[in-house]
Design a protein around this ligand. Structure first.
Ligand code: SAH
Length: 261
């Protein structure tokens, strides 16, 4: 019993650093279901992007004893704001997309996050609309795509049930990692001399990069964002830190100045 309380204490702060972000949910019942799924696994940070109906009695009803998670919900007008302070951003999807992207199963992703740590920033896990999931553009904002390996003939889970599976896997992976570590957790893998760049800092980099690519005629202002998509994938794979972003932006600023001369 005491053993269990100890490991719970050890993983609680790591679970608290995980934000679940639901993009444009249509049914308030699902929002309540996600809140309940989160609380049963020890998570509490829920963000909604443009929910159709919220707050709503159906959300309260489905949340059961997780109304505290609903009370603390933050609602955003745009996805970028919901993840601005996050380091790792993962997008869940039942389907594979046109451009291959770093992809993991829910269990594999959870194990990786539990052993590698989050670089001192919150992590966001995105869930999509009931009818259409996440858009390609939203998925391209993610470092990782996470898939629940389901029946190939029908792989689309209900939104709240998908959230339950992912939250469960995160909890199991953190418990397993905490059991394997001598207490207190040394977190060697988390040590890095600089914090991971936030999603907002990465967005600033991509914006400037796009302007410079147009200015040097590497791409024209109206070409589709092919190169940027590939560069997002590259940087997302690397896990860039704040200083590295500052250096890249400094280089780009010098390019802009040189062009202005
Ligand atoms: N019809 C949509 C599925 C929406 S289900 C589509 O084809 O994309 C609502 C959300 O639940 C999805 O956006 C995703 O976040 C999550 N989800 C459902 N099934 C999943 C699975 N097998 N793996 C990962 N996420 C899943």
């Amino acid at each position: 019993m005491e053993e269990r309380a100890n490991s719970e204490g050890r993983i609680a702060s790591r679970l608290a650093a995980i934000r679940i972000v639901v993009v444009e949910p249509s049914h308030p019942g699902n929002i309540g279901g996600v809140a309940r799924a989160m609380k049963t696994m020890g998570l509490g940070d829920l963000a909604l992007v443009r929910p159709k109906r919220f707050p709503d009695p159906q959300a309260q009803w489905r949340a059961a004893s997780a109304v505290d998670v609903l009370d603390a919900v933050r609602v955003f007008d745009c996805l970028d704001d919901a993840v601005a302070d996050c380091g790792v951003v993962a997008g869940t999807s039942a389907r594979s997309r046109r451009i291959p992207w770093p992809t993991a199963t829910a269990a594999g992703f959870a194990a990786q996050m539990a052993s590698a740590g989050l670089g001192g920033r919150p992590m966001a896990i995105l869930f999509g609309r009931e009818a259409s999931g996440l858009t390609n553009d939203e998925l391209q904002r993610c470092n990782w795509h996470v898939v629940i390996p389901a029946n190939p003939a029908y792989s689309s889970l209900n939104l709240a049930m998908a959230a339950q599976v992912v939250c469960y896997e995160l909890r199991q992976a953190l418990l397993a990692a905490s059991a394997a570590e001598p207490a207190p957790a040394p977190a060697a893998a988390q040590e890095w001399d600089r914090p991971l760049a936030s999603a907002a800092q990465m967005a600033g980099l991509y914006g400037q990069l796009e302007r410079v690519l147009v200015a040097i005629e590497f791409q024209t202002a109206n070409t589709p964002h092919q190169a940027i998509t590939r560069l997002r994938r590259l940087f997302g794979r690397l896990g860039v830190d704040e200083t590295e972003v500052a250096i890249l932006r400094g280089i780009l600023t010098h390019v802009e100045r040189a062009l202005a001369k």
